[in-house]
Design a protein around this ligand. Sequence first.
Ligand code: EPZ
Length: 431
Amino acid sequence: MNKDKFLIKGLGGKKSLCGSITVGGAKNSALKLMAASVLFKDKVELRNVPEIEDIKRMSDLLIDMGIFVERRKENIYLFKSPSDCKTSLSSYISKHIRASIVLTGPVLARFGKVSFPHPGGCVIGKRPIDLFVIGFQKMGASVKIKNDKYIIETQKGKLIGASIFLKNQSVTATETFMMAGVLARGETVIKNASVEPEIENLANFLVVGGAKIKGIGTATLTIKGGDLLLSKGKFHTVMPDRIEAGSFLILGALTARELEVKKCNPKHLESLIELLNYCGVKMAIGKNSIRVFGGSPKRHLKPIDIKTHEYPGFPTDLQAPMTVFLTQASGESMVFETIFEGRLNYFESLVKMGADIKMMDPHRIIVRGPSCLRGKILDSPDLRAGLAFVIASIISKGDSTICNVYNIDRGYENIEKRLRGIGVDIVRVIQ
Ligand code: EPZ
């Protein structure tokens, strides 16, 4: 895992960025589609797969299990699961990527057993997996913990369809049980399911392969169990990354003369567009692009209270970039992070840069603006806070150094090259 750094020259409040930036495939979709390949009898081809560290981690995990993975060419990957493979997920890899947990559903459903450590990934809260343990037990599996590993086995080799009410909506739990239900005996009903666009996209991908799923896009999913799926040579294109698109919109609103965010789906960004509109940001919404205008440096951005929420509410993954935006608004805003209890700690680094932010409790901060941020040496604690530090460094006066860039590479493909394309002065220092 690289120790690279970014050196960024701040614009010091100037609105000079311009041109267009293209959004890549969604990390939180591609990872699940890769896991779903275990449910297929034949080869699965995915296109528009982002070339990011997490995709490399998931590929390593699949290869370690004995699954065929081929990077056909940039952004195009092939996957083929053998009729028998290793069902113990590598601890070293799984502890670096939360999405490893979604593999448990397809592997258990197809091979009747799976063992894995508590998944890792962004340190943004406790991130328990009780929903997974309860759900698999409801589907007739036994769950044991030995040497820090969960060992889950079906009775008689097959999961049994069950009704699973998720005590709180969970993206990966919904995806995992939807995939497990595809090969289970009988019907699985997931209630209080998450409705993020990545889940709808995964469900449609499974249905094209032959799965029987009802209620797609709603909080109640019904999956009728059946045989292995078949892609019949059809490829699937990974949807645009709405979190990346949203981050570019926020960057453009703060720094651009005019910026076009291309290859995105504005429908998936309605909550953010609504908030930016309210704050006074001018945008032109296209079918799969958005133009954002930074306006005059003297323009006042209105403050606004943010409350993160499950989709279609305001995404927790855009909370950190939006907090940077609010440091430039004229007045007081509250940021209420409802999903994760440890996802606000990055605010101290913004205060170091000159922001006026106070923590009320682990879920709430008060942001007062506008503040003049100054370049600093920053350590990117996780993926989204890391990208927020890049935005903060770009709007700052002076130079910034961002360390631990690996965390940003986990979710953004060639970010420095794409940012240079719109006028950002950013270089990577390879360590
Ligand atoms: C997914 O994480 C995303 N990760 C996260 O994106 C995203 O922040 C999150 O959904 C919410 O949108 C991937 O898709 C790989 P949850 P996930 O289960 O599924 C609690 C990024 O930056 N919970 O929906 O792990 C949990 O603690 C990442 O790309 C339980 O209590 O999130 C949280 O409070 C970060 N028990 C809430 O549910 C469980 O068994 C929602 O989390 C599981 C979750």
